[in-house]
Design a protein around this ligand. Structure first.
Ligand code: FAD
Length: 518
């Protein structure tokens, strides 16, 4: 017999061996010898009260053995000679579209502008150390997309949109730790992601799929509203039937190409702001109500904050405990920051995007002439402001947090994890008022919700501008573009995902739709 139970374990109990077995037997009022195994299904930490509690959901196997196999199987077929689906972009959406094609017996041909995960590292070093951005290979572009050198947080709010568990199981199938199936806030870490992505690549190739790196798509050949061929930067032209466009939210050249060709696009609301960086110890002390270092059993503490300022949400985004701030620009002449963390989350800083919700119908009046690209142009301008304020390199403009709220330029800054370096700048006056004004009020309110958060030991760093796509590429119910037959906009770039898991799920859906079109 298998029984599911909820168990609560405090910090002292958590140190004891077999505590779950002991508690399960007691709760079920049976002898411990009757229990063959206790399998953890879910684990979360409740730190709201001074006594920290680990909440476990467990399956108790009473006189029964734990099954060895997962309920999920991935049956990949040899597709070397099968019908082809072209996929542009090898981020989470493109990767999962390709895997799904193979499962369904179709051959994915992937075109990716960037390099494989190993070669990509050199270009990341160049951004950090030489301040040179390779416009095809950076923190957003290359194998695994923006998801590779990311935090690898796997939370999603898209539970209704598909089978989230299937993506998690598939990540485990390709080498991720089983812990992601258990944790309430699962996380892989930037040090572990490249190997998983390499395994996915090898799987696709082994079963007959093709992946072409350094193959930027530069044009679409369209006749009678049907996509006939795609052109690459080296002049190659490929005939196509079904094309999944999974180029992510930073492929501005793709939006511009579609716009130039008069293919329907829509401007989309999105959010922008800054990244804030505290010593991790301060966040631990606030969240775990402790002084000094956190208990060794506790992970680096996270937080999630939201406050309404003048009818707009100001909220934390992509919070990275024990992480690093990284330069996420995709072109020279712009500064963009984002965050990532290693699997152990053991760096001494906690960072988070703090962003303001922007309304595409109200906030971009000066940009109306750009039509569907108005949000994109505003985003570009903000990134240029950051570039000039930082001193025309990847050095980012920064300010101490309380100074920013008080409207004072900082005379010096705190230590940072951001490798290219920081330069003190008056972000309170440089940021457009719709962002800067709301951020200042938002930060002050956050200080009241989390005592100790509003401190000059934190820096704010500009700008966090790539939270989601500023453009939506429309699609019909069958996921095809309403005007172009054979084109399937997909993932975050189309405006259909907001993170690794939702992009992967959309990739699977688009593969099914593209195949139905063949
Ligand atoms: P992308 O991952 O952006 O992939 C698009 C791919 O298309 C890229 O590889 C690009 O090179 C390629 N491409 C673009 N244009 C062309 C072209 N013309 N021709 C050929 N190829 C092209 N999300 C989370 O859920 N959790 C996190 O912890 C997290 N942390 C992040 C940290 C950082 C630093 C960054 C930058 C992002 C983070 N994200 C995180 C966001 C997440 O990475 C994205 O939501 C996700 O990768 C979107 O997937 P996608 O496949 O739609 O697009």
């Amino acid at each position: 017999m298998i029984k599911e139970l909820q168990l609560r374990v405090n910090l002292i109990e958590e140190r004891k061996e077999d505590i779950l077995l002991f508690k399960a037997a007691k709760k079920l009022d049976i002898a411990r010898t009757e229990i063959n195994a206790v399998k953890v299904l879910r684990k979360s930490i409740d730190a709201r009260k001074k006594d920290i509690i680990f909440n476990y959901k467990v399956a108790v196997y009473i006189n029964e053995n734990i099954p060895e196999k997962s309920d999920y199987t991935f049956d990949y077929k040899d597709v070397s000679n099968a019908k082809e689906v072209h996929i542009i972009g090898f981020g989470p959406a493109g990767m999962y579209a390709a895997l799904r094609c193979i499962e369904l017996g179709f051959k994915p041909i992937v075109l990716e502008r960037g390099k494989n995960v190993q070669d990509r590292r050199r270009d990341l070093r160049a951004i950090n150390q030489e301040h040179f951005v390779n416009e095809d290979s950076n923190y957003c572009f290359g194998e695994g997309g923006a998801g590779t050198y990311s935090d690898g947080k796997l939370y999603t709010r898209s539970l209704k949109r598909g089978d989230v568990r299937r993506i998690f199981e598939n990540l485990v199938f390709h080498g991720a730790t089983e812990q992601i199936l258990i944790d309430a806030h699962p996380h892989i870490g930037t040090n572990k992601l490249p190997k998983i992505i390499q395994n996915i690549r090898e799987q696709i190739i082994k079963f007959g799929g093709e992946i072409h790196f350094e193959s930027r798509v530069t044009d679409f050949v369209i006749k009678n509203n049907k996509l006939q061929a795609i052109q690459l930067q080296n002049g190659t032209e490929m005939a196509v039937n079904s094309v999944i466009l999974a180029t992510g939210h930073s492929a501005r050249d793709i939006y511009e190409l579609l716009h130039k060709k008069d293919i329907a696009l829509k401007a989309k609301s999105f959010a922008m702001g800054v990244r804030v960086e505290h010593p991790q110890e301060i966040i631990d002390q606030i969240q775990y109500s402790c002084s000094g270092e956190r208990d060794e059993l506790l992970p680096a503490a996270a937080y999630s904050l939201v406050h309404q300022v003048n009818n707009r949400g100001v909220y934390s985004f992509c919070m990275c405990p024990g992480g690093f701030i990284v330069p996420a620009a995709t072109a020279n002449g712009e500064v963009v920051v984002n965050g990532m963390s290693p699997s152990r989350r053991n760096n001494k800083f906690a960072n988070s995007g703090i962003v303001v919700e922007l309304d595409i119908d109200k906030d971009f009046k000066k940009y109306e002439d750009f039509g569907a690209l108005k949000g994109l142009e505003f985003q570009k301008d903000l990134e240029k402001i950051a570039f000039f304020a930082g001193g025309r390199s990847q050095v980012a403009p920064a300010q101490r947090l309380v100074d920013f709220v008080d409207g004072k330029t900082s005379t010096n800054l705190n230590e940072t994890s951001y490798q290219p370096g920081l330069k003190s700048a008056p972000l309170h006056s440089l940021l457009p008022k719709i962002i800067g004004g709301r951020l200042r009020k938002g930060f002050a309110a956050f200080g009241e919700k989390m005592h100790g958060y509003h401190t000059n030991e934190a820096n704010i760093i500009g700008v966090e501008s790539r939270t989601s796509s500023p453009v939506n590429i429309p699609r019909k119910e069958n996921l095809e573009h309403p005007e172009i037959e054979g084109l399937f906009p997909c993932g975050e770039g189309g405006g259909y995902a907001g993170g690794i898991i939702s992009a992967a799920m959309d990739g699977e859906r688009c593969a099914e739709a593209a195949i139905a079109n063949l």
